[in-house]
Design a binder for this molecule. Structure first.
Ligand code: NAD
Length: 252
């Protein structure tokens, strides 16, 4: 039997990129997958359905409380609950490297609203449903940059550090309810948006490759096994942890 048979999963930011790969993987394991993205996720949901999976899309702005509530309500109305939340949406690939003094306060607030407030709002909306079922798996997507202190992306790196801290504090509040909260921290992944951003690739590729123990490009597929482990029953006694998947660039 597939590992996630009958489970209901919400994944944010899965219209494209690594999130779309996670969504397919969750569906392949039997989960019913709600794609929540500000962009149109219908093509991704249709692709999953065409492969025999169960998926739907709800347009969602994770930084907006009422938008998140509407998405979670629609998921519960459709499939009866929520078992898994993957907080994957983030402002990231559109960023340009710049010294911290050039980051405007408005840019800072916008990024924090999506990358930090977004996971908070989504967790806040799903936890009552997970508590009702005495079961839940929350995976927050951070980044190895939070460990490396990668320069010239101060707001992004700070936001991913906050996600790691949020994971730990939330894990302690919901552990008694059968809910685990963990962080998955990828290295530089050749996702579609990264490949489409030559400036980002040029800036990050050489130092990242030099720092890796395994000297090859990281692909979205490299993250699928660890993600499925974190949402499976195999990881039932693991919570508040960070799993770094980056070819041995960050070892902690
Ligand atoms: P991406 O930009 O391709 O995907 C991000 C998704 O989030 C997009 O579909 C976007 O529409 C969505 N999104 C943005 N703002 C939103 C909002 N307000 N509400 C709902 N959805 C919103 O990025 P990706 O490369 O696939 O990265 C996915 C995750 O992995 C992100 O959290 C990113 O920080 C993290 N990550 C990526 C890399 C990498 O190298 N690609 C490395 C480390 C961590």
């Amino acid at each position: 039997m597939p590992r996630l048979d009958g489970k209901v999963a919400i994944i944010t930011g899965a219209a494209q990129g690594i999130g779309a790969v996670y969504a397919q993987a969750l569906a392949d394991e039997g989960a019913k997958v709600m794609i929540a993205d500000i962009l149109d996720g219908n093509p991704t949901a249709s692709r999953i359905s065409a492969q025999g999976g169960t998926a739907d899309f709800m347009q969602t702005d994770v930084s907006d409380e009422s938008s998140v509530a509407a998405m979670v309500d629609a998921t519960v109305a459709k499939w009866g609950g929520v078992d898994i939340l993957i907080n994957n949406a983030a402002i990231w690939a559109s960023l340009r490297a710049k010294p911290f003094e050039d980051i405007s306060p408005e840019e800072w607030d916008k990024l924090m609203a999506v990358n930090v407030k977004g996971p908070f709002l989504c967790a806040r909306a799903v936890v009552p449903h997970m508590r009702a079922g005495k079961y839940g798996r929350i995976v927050n997507i951070a980044s190895g940059t939070a460990y490396k202190g990668t320069p010239n992306f101060l707001h992004y790196v700070t936001s991913k550090g906050a996600v790691i801290a949020m994971t730990r504090a939330l894990a302690r509040e919901v552990g008694e309810d059968g809910i685990t909260v963990n962080t998955l921290a990828p290295g530089l992944v050749l996702s579609e948006q990264v490949v489409a951003s030559p400036e980002l690739l040029e800036k990050l590729s050489a130092p990242v490759m030099a720092s890796r123990a395994i000297k090859r490009d990281q692909l979205p597929q490299d993250l699928v096994g660890p993600l499925l482990f974190l949402v499976s029953d195999d990881a039932a006694f693991m919570t508040g942890e960070v799993t770094v998947i980056d070819g041995g660039s960050v070892m902690h």
